[in-house]
Write a protein that binds this ligand. Structure first.
Ligand code: PA5
Length: 486
């Protein structure tokens, strides 16, 4: 059972019009740029109907053509995976993921994860938010058996990939020693994405060069994750992989909704994260979404409020202001989720990730004083994981910090969040707070599932199909034609 202080909350008073406010210039501006509480009340009834609609459509096995694509498999996957694992243990999908993760951890000290878009950003968000900020720099004994992790195959950047190969060549010279062995996870649901396929082809050559032509050994060091069929699966078969050693992204789960499939879970398990806690967090959020009333339902609140502020208050830019450096990649993951899901038919808010306080020294000026085209959703972590760094007393007080000697960095962060929100309020800039208890697997599981569910609900409110990304095909088609010389 979830304790209340472990739950994620969405607090949006910072964008609601005060009920009574004497006339001032700022109050007048708030009238134009903030949301009336009555509007939120009005949409609450409509959004309940949308919840029923998305709850029903998630069980449609053969949706009519006008509803396609429909990739709602992510809703129920977390509890399903946990249930199967409880019943079948190692023989379950999650059991197989944990087995392959253990194999990679036993065999290698470096793992390269290849993938792009939804086959990259979820795993990257998990790594950055939940692992030590300098994980790859730590000595093996301080990493507790977790390999160093690198991400590639998310571009066609020659020098970046060449740099990684150089690093592997310089640091790994003895393939017999685990400390100098590296492995690969290659992720592509379609199996045909050029960026990932090109990187995999190049890295397979590196594998052959380093380990020699010992296909049995190489198969122990590589895990492909792909759809039920496609070129990557065909290649894995041609390389002699057993079906049991190729993980599957289910058809009914879309790429950017796939963090709780093998695409996110295998990397997470290799990183030594508690994948059950991640899934439990996600399952808890789906249950809250389906059962809780609007007043206690962060999915419905986030979808309703952001939809209204985008459309009624004309705020086409949605800033996710994350108050931890460790959440920047989570912001990139949300950028993709929002942009690819709702950026359709001339609609959809433009996502921007801001890292507080760092970017207050770059974008802060514009957010405070620039165009009134933004809503700011703060993502706030209540408690740090590490012991607080205190300012303390110093003999030389030229920096005048002795007055804060009993304050720690978390106090400074708390004051920065409050002070920034106050400054935005005073300038009639709408803000809301998404508050998570801590950076833990359980909280990140809740958060990611919350944002995925809210994106689907918002799409249905807008009349936009949140699944599929037809707009992305245009560049791929042109790129292929150019490569073929057409
Ligand atoms: O959300 C999506 O479906 C996309 O962003 C894909 O994840 C991305 O294009 C990568 O596709 P694939 O996993 O097929 O290589």
């Amino acid at each position: 059972m979830q304790l209340p202080d472990e739950a994620i909350t969405y607090q949006y008073q910072g964008l609601l019009l005060p009920t009574v406010e004497p006339w001032t210039v700022t109050a007048e501006l708030r009238q134009q740029h903030f949301l009336a509480a009555s509007k939120v009340k009005e949409i609450a009834a409509r959004i309940m109907a949308v919840r029923s609609q998305v709850a029903t459509e998630r069980s449609l096995r053969d949706p009519p053509p006008e509803m396609q694509p429909l990739d709602a498999g992510f809703f129920d996957l977390p509890p399903q995976l946990l249930d199967q694992h409880r019943k079948a243990g190692e023989a379950s999908e999650l059991g197989n993921i944990i087995r392959l993760a253990q194999q990679l951890r036993d065999q290698t000290d470096r793992v390269v994860i290849l993938g792009i878009g939804g086959s990259y950003l979820g795993a990257r968000a998990l790594f950055d938010s939940l692992k030590h900020s300098y994980h790859n720099e730590l000595a093996a004994k301080d990493r507790a058996g977790v390999p160093r992790i690198y991400f590639e195959g998310n571009n066609v950047d020659n020098d970046a990939l060449q740099d990684l190969f150089e690093l592997l060549q310089l640091t790994c010279v003895e393939p017999e020693s685990r400390e100098e062995r590296w492995g690969v996870i290659v992720i592509s649901k379609s199996g045909g994405t050029l960026e990932t396929a090109a990187a995999y082809r190049a890295i397979r050559r590196e594998l052959a060069e380093y380990y020699g032509s010992n296909p049995d050994q190489v198969r122990q060091l590589v895990v492909p994750i792909t759809g039920k069929e496609g070129k990557l699966r065909d290649l894995a078969h041609a390389d002699g992989f057993d079906d049991h050693d190729v993980l599957t992204i289910p058809n009914e789960v879309g790429g950017r909704f796939s963090v709780f499939t093998a695409a996110g879970l295998l990397p997470a398990a290799v990183m030594g994260l508690d994948v059950r806690a991640l899934l439990l967090g996600a399952a808890t959020m789906t249950r809250r979404f389906l059962e809780d009333p609007f007043e206690r339902n962060p999915v419905l609140q986030y979808a309703a409020v952001n939809h209204l502020i985008t459309t009624e208050c004309r705020k086409p830019i949605r800033v996710l202001s994350v108050w931890s450096k460790k959440l920047e990649a989570l912001g990139w993951w949300y950028d993709q989720l929002l942009a690819e899901s709702l950026g359709k038919n001339g609609q959809g808010a433009t996502p921007i990730t801001l890292v507080g306080t760092r970017d207050l020294h770059s974008r802060g000026q514009q957010h405070q004083d620039g165009g009134r085209d933004k809503v700011i959703n703060n993502l706030i972590v209540k408690s740090p994981r590490q012991a607080p760094i205190m300012l303390g007393m110093a003999d030389k007080n030229q920096d005048e910090l002795n007055q804060f000697n009993r304050k720690g960095l978390p106090d400074l962060m708390g004051a920065a969040v409050k002070g920034t929100n106050q400054a935005y309020w005073d300038a009639a800039r709408p803000t809301a707070d998404l508050v998570m208890p801590a950076l833990s697997e359980h909280a990140i599981g809740q958060l990611m599932q919350m944002l995925m569910l809210a994106t689907v609900v918002e799409g249905r409110l807008m009349g936009v199909n949140p699944y599929g990304q037809p707009g992305v095909e245009a560049y791929k088609k042109n790129m292929l034609a150019l490569l073929k010389g057409q």
